[in-house]
Design a protein around this ligand. Sequence first.
Ligand code: SF4
Ligand code: SF4
Length: 127
Amino acid sequence: MDIKTEIKCFRCPGTRCCTYTTEALGVAPRSKADFDHLLWQISHQGVEIYKDEGDWYLMFRGSCEHILPDGACGIYEIRPQICRDYENHWCEYDAPAEDGFELHFKNHAELLDYCKTRFKKWGKYPA
Ligand code: SF4
Ligand code: SF4
């Protein structure tokens, strides 16, 4: 849909880009112990894991407390830098971010399946 960027955010259902946070893992998980740790993290409500352009991230589902009922930012003048840097020319209004992910695990079962594929001898316990 062609929509002006000035009004785009006010038409965005659920203010999509403000409904989660992410944190880069820094170092890609490699060992069984690394993945065992991720299995613990993803077992918690709202936690997902994804790989994008070679880097791994934790994703925490949960809307920002500053979203106003009309979808606007309640702290617009003092919003964090990462919010200022995010441009809406092509954003999650146009396509979900996960469309470009190399890997995306939404729960323990999905990540465990991946571990069993990646490590032939995953076993009952990874150690
Ligand atoms: S930047 Fe994009 S995804 Fe975020 S609120 Fe605006 S239109 Fe929605
Ligand atoms: S501070 Fe404002 S722009 Fe940033 S995530 Fe929260 S509502 Fe969105």
